[in-house]
Write a protein that binds this ligand. Structure first.
Ligand code: T3D
Length: 258
């Protein structure tokens, strides 16, 4: 375990906290590898039902740590393929919901990380900047895929070309986040939201996430086929029987018994 990433589990919610607060949690390789490993460990741990990624201090993540770029012995392509790309793929491929809890500024690859969550909860004081063009780079770590799907092509290009700051209020309006909470109660609000999610049927959510991710790049025909296939896996699972029984017995279902 390394102190660049803090790991805590409460009531089925595993919180991974980026912990380089004096750099606004700018990412070095150690942090990126630790985060990817921690996500895989969370996926494998039956006690974990929901994963939260957040940042220590006043930042969420300021993107690549620019202190370590010059003198690096990897090309940009090699570096992305070794660090950020496996991280983003792991997040989206994870069999559990991943919440990005954006507590403060999310810039560059930190903005991509914020967008890559299945659900995005922001503090009122958080902000997002597609900062890449400030240092004449191309948006990476999935930003070119996530952002136009959320806000449309031209708005995405505008945010990328001008590197304007998106406030939490604007992010909510644009659909870049699902909820905005007060800074003072942010982590407690995130935990309460995550615990609601943790009480939902884990197998059904895993399959729903798989279906949605496939649908993002598929035809309607393919999506209908995927739904029909995954519905069998959901319908054969004990969760489905529990949901139907609970409905008939007019009680709340208990999806946390495994
Ligand atoms: O493979 C590859 O390497 C390519 C991958 C690229 C992915 C990328 O993410 S490229 C984009 C890299 N990130 C940036 O360019 C962001 C740079 N930072 C900023 O523009 C600003 O810091 C922010 C807009 C994020 C926040 O501004 P502000 O005014 O709230 O804070 P600040 O005072 O600028 O920053 C506080 C400290 O964090 C400061 O250090 P100091 O002066 O207190 O010693 C600052 O230097 C440090 N910091 C912020 N961002 C980074 C950083 N240190 C290293 N790397 C950073 N990215």
């Amino acid at each position: 375990p390394s102190d660049v990433l803090l790991v805590e589990t409460v009531n089925g919610v595993r919180t991974l906290t980026l912990n380089r607060p004096d750099r606004l949690n700018a990412a070095n390789d150690e942090l990126l590898y630790a985060l990817t490993d921690a996500l895989k460990a969370a996926d494998a741990d039956a006690a974990v039902r929901v994963v939260v990624i957040t940042g220590a201090g006043r930042g969420f993540c300021a993107g690549q740590d620019l202190g370590g770029v010059s003198g690096r012995d990897m090309s940009f392509t090699e570096h992305l393929n070794a660090t950020y790309n496996p991280l983003i793929r792991t997040m989206r491929g994870l069999g559990k919901p991943v919440i990005t809890a954006v507590n403060g500024v999310a810039a560059g690859a930190g903005a991509s990380l914020a967008l890559a969550g299945d659900l995005r909860l922001w503090a009122q004081g958080a902000r997002l900047i597609e900062v890449f063009s400030n240092i004449a780079l191309v948006p990476d770590s999935g930003s070119t895929w996530f952002l136009p799907r959320l806000v449309g092509y031209s708005r995405a290009f505008e945010l990328m070309a001008l590197a304007d700051t998106v406030s939490a209020t604007e992010a909510l309006r644009l659909g870049l986040c699902e909820q905005v909470y007060p800074d003072e109660t942010f982590l407690a609000d995130v935990q309460a939201y995550a615990e609601r999610l943790a009480a939902r049927p884990a197998n059904a959510l895993k399959l729903t996430k798989r279906a949605l991710n496939a649908a993002m790049t598929s035809s309607l025909d393919a999506a209908l086929d995927t739904e029909a296939e995954l519905q069998q896996l959901a319908g054969d699972h004990w969760e489905h029987a529990e949901g139907v029984t609970a409905f008939k017995e007019k009680r709340a279902p208990d999806f946390r018994r495994d």
